[in-house]
Design a protein around this ligand. Structure first.
Ligand code: GAL
Length: 652
């Protein structure tokens, strides 16, 4: 069973018929059928066309669109259309516009311009969501609700008076008393002791660094404020259509929203992914985000948006070479997506996205793009049996949003160079290169289904999280600057690694970040030399064995990497963590596969995906025999995979 009642995999994209005269719609649905499209995302930005005046609805055009889609076998991922508030709402209530940290109200004229805390916006959005839900509850095309659009895109936070009020109630709910808040925020520092709730404000532009505990709560609050918008609409949709799955499209590995919390509020996870065709490492970065999507609910997810070719929002928008749209689509399937969808179906003639690629380009059906769209539709049908299959990972990377926000708070850290996404990628890349499946996990989830758990960084680590890591019976790896602060961003007594100290058998005496461009030599116990950059620490062991030491510089001879039982600690960032990773994998009994550079290997139950991201043919020895579902050929032994080509082996 797939994610919706559409059988097999989903194939389609965003469809914006309101940008076209009705005669074009007939051609659209005919061509959709030709390309094998079975789902379209509709009405994402249609508020001003569906409700042109307060409480006045014009559903006629959408009725016709949905009927046409259904007649041609295309299901609807129907939006509640609340992503862009219409001009009349903005002019009647100018305060729904978001305000930036410097106090400027942002003008209408783009999209997604609303204050997440605005009661006026929330009420109007919920009213439209109800009207849409009631209108289309029984429409046979409806298979999924799409709420908002890419929450936190354009508007991540709002600093207006309404947001301040909402922030204060959020803080009251969290701390109950002002004493609690003052203690948690450490307001004795820099004279910030609050004596009245009304004195609390969002962290607007201030003369100097803002209290980092306040910033951390602001990040939590801003994620929750947007989530409240989603949940308000979701409640209505569930009331009217309890059986229709509800989603909102995520934005890959995004710092602004706590996706563990968000995913728990959704029926299915959907993601928008735009790997840059100009970046030769893009397939590794996007693989990490796909694995996050699969891990959020530990089930298949859906690639809801991707680019058939070029996007329109980078400085230089490079198209996808022949075969790359297909390869990128197969990659999403390989990492657990139950479909392939694009932005967008028909290329726009106007607006900021008129040069963004589409499944059906300006040039029409006589184009390479269109031929690839049709061919991909056929491939997706060949892979229908992949829908619903699971991925089993033995290795997990720890990701925690509170910790991420703390780590990247500006102006208060020993170094601003530690960026969580990069730290995750540093461990993910070698695992990916070895064809080892990786899940992402929050630190508090039961970890004992894994053999290896890696926390590249856990700057903020609570006693409970540390206890959960300690209860993990497999091989644990912890990266530097971990266990530093508690949930209030206050340094643990005795310093790092705080609650992880006993587990790791080490104590960090001093953080020793490296200046930009400087490297530190590290030598393993068996004499191998490595270089570390960005970060080192003055480490004291308390029972741990030393696996590597610093050589040269102020830390010469001091421990750099340690092991305490099954827990390995790295106090630095080696440019290549492979020697430590391989030892940990071997100790855990996790085996990888030797793969040529650029070749990716992924498994879903009964299926093996081999994807050649390189520009040259690659020879791969198959770990199993089977039938290539893309070509129908029986394969065994070694295969040669052409550049940008793939094999999807069905095996027993
Ligand atoms: C996404 C957005 C789409 C479209 C797309 C273009 O961020 O959800 O509406 O703008 O980008 O790449």
């Amino acid at each position: 069973m797939g994610l919706t009642r559409v059988p097999g995999l989903l194939y389609g994209g965003d469809y914006n018929p309101e940008q076209w005269p009705e005669e074009v719609w007939e051609e659209d649905v005919r061509l959709m059928a030709e390309a094998g499209v079975n789902v379209a995302t509709v009405a994402v930005f249609s508020w001003s066309r569906l409700e042109p005046a307060p409480g006045v609805y014009e559903f006629g055009w959408l009725d016709r669109v949905l009927d046409l889609l259904h007649e041609h076998g295309v299901a609807a991922d129907l939006a509640t259309a609340t992503a862009t508030p219409p001009p009349w709402l903005v002019r009647l209530h100018p305060e729904v516009r978001p305000q930036d940290a410097a106090g400027t109200r942002l003008e209408f004229g783009s999209r997604q311009g609303y204050c997440p805390s605005s009661p006026v916006f929330r009420a109007a959005a919920v009213r439209l969501a109800r009207a849409v839900a009631e209108r289309y509850a029984d429409h046979p095309a409806l298979v999924m609700w799409h709420v908002g659009n890419e929450y936190a895109d354009h508007t991540t936070e709002c600093f207006c008076e309404e947001s301040a009020r909402d922030f204060r109630s959020w803080l009251r709910a969290r701390y109950t008393t002002l004493d609690g808040l003052n203690a948690a925020w450490g307001t004795s520092c820099w004279g910030q002791h609050y004596t009245d709730w009304g004195q609390l404000e969002p962290p607007r532009k201030a003369p100097g660094p803002v209290n980092p505990a306040q910033l951390l709560d602001w990040r939590r609050f801003s994620s929750d404020a947007l989530l409240a918008c989603f949940e308000a609409e979701r409640a209505v949709l569930k009331e009217v259509t309890p059986d229709v799955p509800v989603t909102t499209n995520f934005m890959s590995v995004l710092r602004d929203l706590d996706y563990w919390k968000w995913a728990a509020a959704e029926d299915l996870v959907t993601d928008d992914a735009y790997p840059d065709p100009a970046d030769p490492r893009a397939h590794v970065k996007v693989a990490l985000s796909y694995d996050l999507m699969r891990s959020l609910k530990r089930q298949p997810w859906l690639l809801l948006e991707s680019a058939p070719g070029a996007v329109s929002w980078r400085e230089v928008n490079v198209p996808k070479a022949p075969g790359v749209m297909r390869l990128h689509s197969l990659q999403a399937l390989a990492h657990g997506s139950d479909g392939v969808m694009f932005f967008q179906w028909r290329q726009a003639r106007y607006g900021p996205e008129k040069f963004h690629s589409a499944m059906l380009p300006h040039g029409g059906t006589g184009t390479r793009q269109w031929r690839e769209t049709v061919a991909l539709g056929a491939d997706v049908r060949r892979l229908a049996g992949v829908a619903g299959t699971e991925t089993r990972a033995e290795v997990a990377l720890v990701l925690d949003w509170d910790s991420w926000w703390g780590l990247e708070a500006p102006e208060s850290l020993p170094s601003n160079r530690l960026k969580l996404h990069q730290l995750l990628l540093a461990w993910y890349a070698p695992l990916h290169a070895r064809g080892i499946a990786v899940d992402l996990t929050p630190p508090g989830r039961d970890l004992n289904g894994y053999r290896v758990v890696i926390a590249p960084n856990l700057y903020l680590c609570t006693e409970e999280q540390a206890a959960n890591l300690a209860s993990f019976r497999g091989q644990l790896v912890v990266g530097p600057f971990s266990g530093v602060v508690d949930a209030d961003d206050q340094v643990h007594p005795g310093g790092a690694p705080g609650p992880l100290r006993e587990l790791l058998g080490v104590r960090v005496e001093e953080f020793w970040p490296l200046p930009d461009g400087e490297v530190q030599r590290v030598e393993t116990a068996d004499g191998r030399g490595l270089t570390a950059s960005t970060w080192t620490e003055w480490l004291e062991t308390e029972g741990a064995e030393v696996l590597a030491r610093y050589r040269g510089g102020p830390l010469d001879g001091r421990p750099a990497v340690t092991r305490n039982g099954t827990a390995t600690y790295l106090s630095c960032l080696p440019e290549d963590p492979a020697p430590f990773l391989d030892a940990v994998l071997a100790a855990a009994g996790v085996t990888g596969t030797e793969l040529p550079e650029g070749v990716e290997l992924c498994r879903r139950d009964g299926h093996l995906f081999l994807l050649n991201h390189g520009a040259e043919p690659a020879t791969v020895s198959l770990p199993t025999d089977g039938v290539d579902l893309l070509t129908g050929r029986q394969l065994s032994g070694t295969v040669v995979i052409a550049a940008h080509d793939a094999v999807v082996l069905k095996h027993s």
